[in-house]
Design a protein around this ligand. Structure first.
Ligand code: BG6
Length: 490
């Protein structure tokens, strides 16, 4: 008989479980991608029967996936979902949890994933107690642990967490998740670069003038003030999502598409990122706060938590020397949109007249991660019947046009399946996460000293951030590309 696979979710009553993990597992179940005899056990403090837990999940999964999509197979999926009430902050709970898992597994050797969908302050204890209860030891079948972000809040706390983790789990058992890596277009960046020959010869300082990466969100912080006030935009998305995008754009070509070779190259890029200095943060970065942030529920009236940041990084290696990478992200911006703009150099000598008042548009490659996943390349064309008049034209690729019948997957669907298969390519390794903190820490440190005595620049809701962010690029002779994919003609 096949071994059982059990996914034990710590933090089962939370939003992540109901709105991300369970819908993703359900979709995998419907597509018959889960191993036979997969069971899901939710753990949290609230007393609840299996039935009540399933009912909650049916309602949240219907919200996420649509009622009609869930109706079809929920009755087949639901019996594999179970619940056990336990206080994970207490060591005594773990032998009981172990017993509950064993009852589900029966006498066969089983494989297990522990998913920490918990408040991060519970990570250390949960890991330690899993170890003490012997639950991390492979017992005829593997044991893996998936850990949600935030993984640490600076380099020091991340090192402590990694040490504690390694006292219990081997690195090969650890899957640190960054849901951005599960996005199709992010993986498509690797395909674009490494499955085509035309980009590689120009993918360097000789042809690329600068790179911009934007993760813009239209919404504010909503009901997440409790978390957001302790994080701010640099911890929330720069240390992880934006730096991950940077590594995929800037890394060298790995010899194989395999977890460690891929991650070796990503770490090399992070190692080459020039470490920012905290004493001159205003030279290369800007913070901001959206107007009205102080009136959000749970936000302190004098809060200095940044909801926007823009940052220039430099990569000290042969490929990227002197090519700035500008990273920008904010809440309450003009649109929800994540994209990377590769700005190519202008022709070294222009033989055509550019009419007065117009500027030459030099080639751009735009990779849109969301919402309209795709790639477009701009280039100059001649306007017909108008002498030598030039016009910027586009080549487009859009997922929704090219793969109409295949919907773009939710990241968790892909990442959960990868963890079950044991493929860690799209998960973050220990050295990678530590280096990412090492890059972001000095920026946070530099600004916290400065913002102690002054408020952050404000920006109107629905804008592209504070004027200071425009000035950051302007002083270097550049400007932000605001949603290249949002307003081009098709
Ligand atoms: C999360 C952050 O990691 O990413 C959120 O905590 C942010 O603050 C979210 O809204 C953005 O993810 P996505 O997939 O909506 O771009």
């Amino acid at each position: 008989m096949d071994s059982a696979t059990t996914i034990v979710i710590f933090g089962a009553s939370g939003d992540l479980t109901s709105h991300k993990l369970i819908p993703a597992l359900y979709e995998n179940f419907v597509k018959k991608r889960l191993p036979p005899r997969t069971q899901i056990l939710g753990i949290s403090r609230t007393p609840m029967s299996d039935e009540a837990f399933r009912k909650r999940l049916l309602s949240s999964s219907s919200e996420v996936l649509g009622k009609e999509n869930v109706a079809s197979s929920w009755s087949e999926f639901a019996p594999s979902v179970h619940y056990y009430a336990a206080d994970v902050s207490k060591e005594a709970s773990y032998p009981l949890i172990e017993q509950a898992v064993r009852e589900l597994e029966g006498s066969n050797p089983s494989r297990r994933i522990y998913y920490l969908a918990l408040a991060p302050e519970l990570y250390l204890h949960t890991i330690e107690y899993l170890g003490k209860a012997g639950m991390a030891r492979p017992d005829g079948g593997w044991r893996r642990i998936i850990i949600e972000k935030p993984f640490g809040r600076d380099l020091t706390s991340t090192r402590v967490l990694n040490q504690k983790l390694h006292a219990v789990f081997d690195e090969s058992q650890v899957y640190r998740i960054d849901h951005y890596l599960g996005k199709e277009t992010i993986q498509n960046l690797l395909v674009l670069r490494f499955a085509n020959t035309i980009f590689e010869p120009v993918w360097n300082r000789n042809f690329i003038e600068h790179v911009q990466i934007t993760v813009a969100e239209a919404g504010g912080i909503g009901s997440r003030a409790g978390y957001y006030e302790t994080a701010g935009v640099l911890r929330d998305v720069f240390q992880n999502h934006l730096l991950q995008l940077l590594t995929l754009i800037a890394m060298e070509i790995p010899s194989r598409f395999e977890a460690n070779t891929l991650r070796d190259e990503k770490v090399k890029v992070l190692d080459a990122v020039r470490l920012p200095k905290s004493d001159d943060v205003e030279q290369y970065s800007v913070l901001g706060q959206y107007q009205g942030y102080h009136s959000e529920s749970g936000v302190a009236p004098d809060s200095r938590t940044p909801t926007f940041a823009a940052l220039r990084l430099n990569i000290d290696n042969w490929r990227w020397q002197d090519v700035p990478f500008y990273l920008r992200s904010g809440k309450a911006m003009a649109a929800k949109m994540s994209e990377a703009v590769i700005q190519f150099r202008c022709p070294p000598h222009m033989i055509f007249d550019v009419p007065r008042g117009e500027t030459l548009h030099c080639n751009q490659l735009v990779v849109t991660v969301q919402p309209d996943e795709g790639i477009h390349l701009t280039f100059m064309t001649k306007v017909p019947d108008a002498g030598m008049k030039l016009h910027e034209s586009n080549l487009y690729f859009h997922y929704r046009d090219s793969y109409e019948k295949i919907p773009v997957l939710d990241s968790y669907e892909r990442l959960l399946l990868d963890a079950i298969k044991g493929d860690a390519s799209l998960f973050i390794r220990q050295d990678e996460i530590e280096r990412a903190w090492q890059i972001i820490d000095p920026v946070i440190e530099g600004w916290s000293a400065r913002t102690a005595s002054s408020l952050l620049p404000q920006y109107p809701r629905g804008s592209w951030g504070p004027a200071e962010a425009d000035a950051l690029l302007k002083q270097e002779g550049r400007s932000w590309v605001n949603g290249a994919s949002l307003h081009h003609d098709r």
